[in-house]
Ligand binder design. Sequence first.
Ligand SMILES: Cc1cc2nc3c(=O)[nH]c(=O)nc-3n(C[C@H](O)[C@H](O)[C@H](O)COP(=O)(O)O)c2cc1C
Ligand code: SF4
Length: 417
Amino acid sequence: MSSEVRFITKNFDKYDPMSIDAYLAIGGFSALKKAVLMDGEDIASLIGAAKVKGRGGAAYDMGRKWSQARAVPGDHKLTICNADEGEPCTFKDREIIRRDPFNLIEAMIIGGFTVRAQYGYIYLREEYRHLRDRLRNAIRQAEEHGFLGNDILGIPGFNFHIHLYSGAGAYVCGEGTALIRSIEGKAGRPRMKPPFIKVSGAFALPTCVNNVESFAIVPHLLLDSDGVYTSHGSGESIGTKLVSVGGNVRRPGVYEIPFGTPVREIIYDLAQGIPGGHALRLIQFGGASGKITDARILDVPYTYDDLKAAGVTVGSGAILVIDDRTSVLDFLRMTQAFFSHESCGQCTPCREGNLHQKLLLEKLARGEATREDVALMKKIGEIMERSSLCGLGETAQAALLSAMQIFPDTFAVGGTY
Ligand SMILES: Cc1cc2nc3c(=O)[nH]c(=O)nc-3n(C[C@H](O)[C@H](O)[C@H](O)COP(=O)(O)O)c2cc1C
Ligand code: SF4
C-alpha cells in the first residue's frame, strides 16, 4: 500500500541515540573510514552523480557545492549545518537529530574532510532546545573516540571540531547570511551577496552551509555499493526524500518517500487522509513560503520537475493539508501574519509590502476591498518577489499569488477578478 522507504532514515530506532557504542555496533563511522581513503573531489563527485539537491529549500546541487567549497583556498575554513528548520510544517530535521544524531556528526566530519574545513557549526533553532543535550552528547562521545579533534583516525593534519550554536528563534535566521551573522553574535539579518558565503562566510572565512537532511544522506550514500539510492526516482529527482506532512490529516508525520511517489499516496496512504469526512480545500508545498494548490495536484508524482510543472515546488519538503473548515482567505491571512511578524524590517519591499498585504487581506475579509485593492495586492506581491533583499521577502507572497490563480473566487470583488 504505502511506498515509504528506509534509506536516509535507515538508522532510526536501530540504536540508542545517546550511545556511540550502540552506533558503532550498527556500523557507525564506517562511512567516515571509507571517506578518508578517498580523494575529497571523488566524494563530491559521488554526491553529484547521485544528483543530491540541497534539502533546505533552494535545491542547489550538493556535489557541486562541496566541490566549489573544496576549491576555495584558505588555511581556515568552516562548514555549517543549518538546523534552524523554521519553515512552518517542516519537522524532518528534528527527527534526524532526535533519532540519528551520530549519523549527522559523522556526515559533518566527512563534509569537513571533503571541503578541507577544520571547524563545523551546528545552528540549532531555539525551539529545539530539548535536542541540545543529544547533540552535545554525540559531539563529546565522538571527541572521546577520536572521531573529532586533531589527527582524526590517526591521519596527521586531519583536524575537525564541531560547535553547537543555538539561535534565538527567528525564522529569517535560517537564511545563510543571517544565520552566519547570528553565529558571529550579531543581529540575525541577511546581507547582500556578493561576497558569497563560500568565499567569505562566518568570521569572513570560507564557509559551506548545508541542511541537516542534505548532510544526513552522505554517510549512507558512501556505503551504498548496491546503488539503492540511485535506483529510486528519475531525471533530476533521484533517490529518496523526507517529507513532513501536517495539517488536517489523520497521521501527520515525517515520511521517507522515493521521488516519483504520487502526492495522493503521500496524503491518503501514508498520512491516512483527512479525518471526519471533511473535503480537501488546499495543499501548501514547501512551508509558508511555498505555493498552494488544490486537489488537481493529487495525481502528480512528487518530483522537482513535476511539482514545478504543476505550479508548486518541493521547497523544504513540507506538505500542509487544509480541509474545508478553513477558508482560503483565512489561510492567507494567517500566512501573511506570519511573514509580517518575521520580516527583519531591513528592506522596504519586504517590511512595507508584508504589512500592506496584511491590511489588504483584512480589508478583503471585511468585505470592503475593491477591485483596485486586489490589483494592488498582486502588484505588491510581484514587486516583493523581484526586489526584496533576501529569500524571505522574495517568497512571502508565493501563497497569495498562487491563490489568485487557483482560487479566483476568493478575490472576486464587485464582479470577476
Ligand atoms: C528566510 C529563509 C529561511 C531559511 N530557513 C532555512 C532553514 O531553516 N533550514 C535550512 O536548511 N535552510 C533554510 N534556508 C535555506 C538556506 O538559506 C540555505 O539555502 C540552505 O541551508 C543550504 O543548505 P542545502 O544546500 O543543503 O539546502 C532558508 C532560506 C531563507 C531565505
Ligand atoms: S527581504 Fe525581508 S527578511 Fe529579507 S532582508 Fe529584506 S526585510 Fe529582511
